[in-house]
Design a protein around this ligand. Structure first.
Ligand code: ARG
Length: 578
């Protein structure tokens, strides 16, 4: 539609020029004014002419009539009608078959891609779990939104660097070391992996702050011990360093399993610890620039003029903080990758943190401060229940995935027991269901997860979308080789489907512009709905006329191309058979 809008806008601009008015909108402005009407019988595109009334010094009805005339003869326009000050435009079937359908088949896996980002680099910081703390459903957002944004930018030609900024430093390691020395056992952890680590972490937190429900009294001395162990770690104590590395390795191995299920790979795993020696230079710069203030012993940057609480740089004891590390990491990434954009995906709970340190970077005179982008998202609850990480009352991501996979495996055992690669399919469909459900929502909205809804094969879900893709594969397998011939569409359902397919490049752009993968998720549902309507109303393989059959097979292939290109953009796998 992108090119259609442009072609129409060019012709409209000529038509407007012929009206002889001093100021006229540009082609780009006109293209942006073209709307998709809510109702099919208002055409495929509409120009609301009242918006032009003032500049063109004419009544909307008159403008619509004049412009309808000027569109006559444009090959992509089937019909142009002036209705109540609107110019309603219907796209011609000839254009849909030759240019849209032909274009999709020719472009194949590049359909929807572009090179607008060519020569530009985007760094994406996402997922970034805190080692030894549970990797729970609160991390689903950063993980899948982050990776989708990476895929979308790559599709638009940007060079992308995906960074997993592991939370691999901090007092939690002191706690874990105390807990391990007190209750841990090497063999148990080697066998039980991250679950055992999390158990230790939960146990030590309960022990430090006490847990009334479980009748555990608070023991603050354990907190002191944890701080002491972390301090030893900071000073490079061999034993603690070895334990620390071991904890990270165990956690990473576990995360990788989840990433693999989602088809996610990172380009860098440089976590918080990597920046320890990069912070002093930035702290010094802040001090030299006179930006640091001492407040109750701590060093802060005053952000009152910007209506924000102060940004904490150093604690009273001189230790660094979360913002300090983020500032050092941003400088390092700019130096290393020379990014044009650095995207950070975290829950909206961290919005203030990002606003604060972005401002500090600006005050430090780094002219690239406006290339930093925070992409926030809402909270997740499961069946209405909120999460709490420290007490262990959480739903782990891997458990959520496992539940979905088991459920799908059960359904498939019933529906299609002879399927060859059942395990692989159950995993793709189960994990895909969760991801699709999550990414159907605008990212900033809070979401309540209801497993039944996510897995409903008949709803607007991942399984339904994947099933539709598999259906296109089945049709194409049975179609065999189709002789090449000129194509022709004959039914409204065919035209309607092509119009949806024509919008894909525009949707990719919109998803990038708003950092909003849900644009793609919802678009996939539009494609699935249009295809399934076509599939039910039009005979494909049994069509008698060879042109009709060839056209419908080509349409099915085009749907296969579009879904095949769209799924990976939202971390979903395509399965040929379900
Ligand atoms: N590890 C942090 C957390 O789990 C998220 C890190 C986000 N990235 C960043 N550069 N601050 O809350």
């Amino acid at each position: 539609m992108l090119t259609i809008k442009k072609m129409i806008a060019e012709r409209l601009s000529e038509g407007i020029a012929a009206l002889g008015v001093p100021a006229a909108p540009t082609v780009e402005e006109l293209a942006a004014m073209l709307e998709y009407p809510p109702d099919d019988n208002m055409g495929d595109l509409a120009l609301p002419c009242f918006k032009l009334s003032r500049t063109l010094r004419r009544a909307p009805v008159q403008i619509a009539a004049a412009l309808a005339d000027c569109l006559g003869g444009l090959p992509c326009v089937g019909k142009a009608e002036a209705v109540n000050g609107y110019l309603n435009i219907t796209i011609s079937n000839g254009y849909l078959t030759e240019t849209v359908l032909g274009g999709i088949l020719e472009a194949g896996d590049r359909y929807g891609a572009s090179n607008v980002g060519c020569g530009k680099t985007v760094v994406l910081d996402y997922s970034s779990p805190n080692v030894a703390k549970p990797f729970h459903i609160g991390h689903l957002g950063t993980t899948v939104i982050g990776h989708s944004l990476k895929k979308l930018h790559e599709f638009a030609g940007y060079k992308c660097v995906g960074i997993n900024y592991l939370g691999d430093w901090g007092t939690q390691f002191g706690k874990l070391i105390v807990a391990y020395k007190k209750w841990g056992n090497r063999q148990q952890i080697e066998e039980g992996g991250i679950d055992k680590l999390v158990e230790l972490y939960v146990r030590i937190n309960n022990a430090i702050s006490g847990n009334e429900e479980k009748g555990i009294p608070a023991d603050p001395t354990l907190g002191d011990a944890a701080r002491a162990e972390f301090h030893k770690l900071e000073l490079g104590d061999e034993e603690n360093l070895a334990l620390w590395r071991w904890f990270i390795d165990i956690s990473l191995a576990e995360y990788q399993k989840t990433y693999k299920q989602l088809g996610i790979e990172f380009d860098s795993y440089k976590g918080e610890s990597f920046y320890t020696d990069k912070m002093p230079a930035q702290v010094q710069k802040l001090r030299d620039m006179g930006l640091l203030k001492i407040d109750d012993g701590a060093s802060i940057v005053d952000l009152e003029p910007y209506n924000m609480p102060p940004c904490l740089i150093l604690k009273r004891d001189g230790s660094t903080l979360y913002p300090t590390r983020d500032i050092a990491a941003a400088v390092y990434r700019k130096d290393t990758y020379n990014f044009d954009k650095a995207i950070y995906v975290t829950s909206a709970g961290q919005s203030l943190h990002f606003a604060q340190w972005f401002k500090v970077v600006e005050l430090m005179g780094y002219e690239w401060h406006d290339q930093l982008v925070h992409v926030p998202y809402g909270t997740v609850s499961i069946n209405g229940a909120k999460l709490a990480t420290r007490t262990g009352n959480v739903v782990l991501l891997k458990d959520l995935f496992k539940a979905a996979i088991d459920e799908v495996a059960g359904i498939m055992e019933e529906k299609n027991p002879d399927l060859e690669n059942k395990k692989e399919v159950a995993e793709a469909v189960g994990v895909g269901a969760i991801v699709f459900y999550y990414l159907s929502n605008s990212r900033i909205k809070d979401i309540n997860f209801v497993m039944e809804d996510a897995l409903n094969f008949d709803g607007n879900t991942g399984p339904y979308a994947q099933y539709t893709y598999a259906r296109t594969c089945a049709v194409l397998r049975r179609a065999g080789n189709v002789e090449e011939m000129p194509l022709q569409i004959t039914e409204n359902d065919e035209a309607a489907l092509l119009k949806v397919l024509a919008r894909f490049p525009e949707k990719v752009n919109a998803a990038i512009a708003d950092y909003e993968p849900s644009v793609i998720t919802r678009y996939i549902l539009d494609v699935a709905a249009a295809f399934n309507r076509f599939y039910h109303n039009c005979q494909i393989l049994n069509a008698e006329d060879p042109t009709v059959r060839a056209t419908r097979v080509a349409l099915t292939r085009a749907v296969n191309v579009v879904l095949g290109n769209a799924f990976p953009l939202i971390c979903m796998k395509t399965m040929e058979k379900i």
